[in-house]
Design a protein around this ligand. Structure first.
Ligand SMILES: [Zn+2]
Length: 335
């Protein structure tokens, strides 16, 4: 699924404008560094940029045709003058950069122009980074480098100073939710997935994962058992919770799912029912809020956030969940 400029302008207006203008005004930098978290569309933007430079039937507005042999080969990763370097295992090795340089010292196969993209540029070994640096220090007018990273702080300052930095912002949640709905995600989990992942691919894979559907059920079950008594909730933890939320990352997701229930209760109380994470639970939550004060809800939210913090500090998960249950039950709990 190739991204188009209109789409990029919608989700990354600053990056899109900057890149389009640099082509329009013929002021293409020798090296760009696309930085931003996972799923922000850096790679797609890099390919779009390449197609805009190489397309044989570029429109007056500067939109690549997606049909000519250059567009097609860039989409397939087979264009001889467009190279993509990705980590080989855990890192990008010096040999990979050397190989790239060798390719680039030959004249471009089909035109004078060449472009290379280094994915996860922060994963370059020190010697790879130094080789690249030499390359960047001898810029060729017709060669463009695009470095991609999720961790700009890991990029060597000497490399950073030779790149024009283009920042990619996290995908706006409402747009992400729209995209998920377009891709067949059920309305009752779309907002939840958008918030949990901030990334289309990850949200879709979580949606198709039976583990996630079960996790959502179990979190609602824990919430229900908390309404009964702490001993009910303790039994639930032993019988269901710990079997399902085994890894730390899974536990963290479980806590997020629980947190969103209490945020929903607060939204219902404030009359903001149109932005619920669990829209299918609305009437149910409405009944529950009748016996809850906004203050006690805010306290419960704080308790869950505190549990998330303890989890990241490696507290024993068993102890952490038992403490959480007791804390959520304490004070002005359900009556
Ligand atoms: Zn084309």
């Amino acid at each position: 699924m190739a991204v188009i400029w209109d789409e990029l302008e919608k989700v990354q207006p600053i990056a899109a404008t900057l890149l389009r203008n640099s082509i329009k005004r013929d002021r293409i930098a020798h090296a760009y560094l696309f930085e931003g978290s996972r799923g922000t569309g850096k790679r797609d933007a890099g390919l779009l940029f390449a197609k805009t430079l190489f397309c044989l039937n570029i429109s007056i507005e500067g939109i690549p045709c997606e049909q000519c042999s250059n567009c097609i080969r860039i989409n397939h990763g087979t264009h001889p003058d467009v190279h993509i370097v990705e980590p080989d295992g855990l890192s990008i090795k010096k040999e990979q950069i050397k190989q790239l340089q060798q390719e680039f010292t030959k004249t471009a196969v089909e035109s004078k122009r060449k472009l290379y993209m280094i994915v996860h540029a922060d994963k370059m070994s020190v010697s790879a980074a130094n080789s690249l640096l030499k390359f960047l220090e001898e810029p060729n007018a017709e060669t463009t480098a695009i470095l991609l990273t999720e961790q700009i702080q890991q990029i060597l300052p000497t490399i950073l100073s030779r790149c024009q930095v283009v920042s990619f912002k996290p995908y706006p949640v409402t747009l992400l939710q729209e995209k998920l709905l377009e891709n067949g995600v059920s309305a009752h989990v779309s907002l939840l997935l958008a918030h949990l992942t901030q990334n289309v691919e990850e949200a879709l894979s979580l949606y198709q994962d039976e583990w996630f559907a079960q996790a959502r059920k179990l979190v609602l079950k824990l919430y229900e058992s908390l309404k009964k008594s702490s001993s009910y909730a303790m039994v639930m933890l032993q019988e269901d919770w710990f079997q399902h939320f085994k890894e730390k990352q899974q536990m963290d997701l479980g806590l997020d799912l629980l947190l969103f229930i209490y945020k929903d209760l607060l939204s219902v109380q404030l009359g903001k029912e149109d932005t619920l994470f669990y829209p299918d639970q609305q009437s149910h939550f409405y009944t529950d809020t009748l016996s809850l004060s906004p203050r006690s809800l805010a306290e419960k939210i704080t308790i869950i956030l505190e549990a998330k913090r303890k989890l990241s500090a490696n507290m024993n998960p068993q102890l952490l969940m038992e403490q959480l249950v007791l804390n959520l039950q304490g004070g002005s709990a359900f009556v």
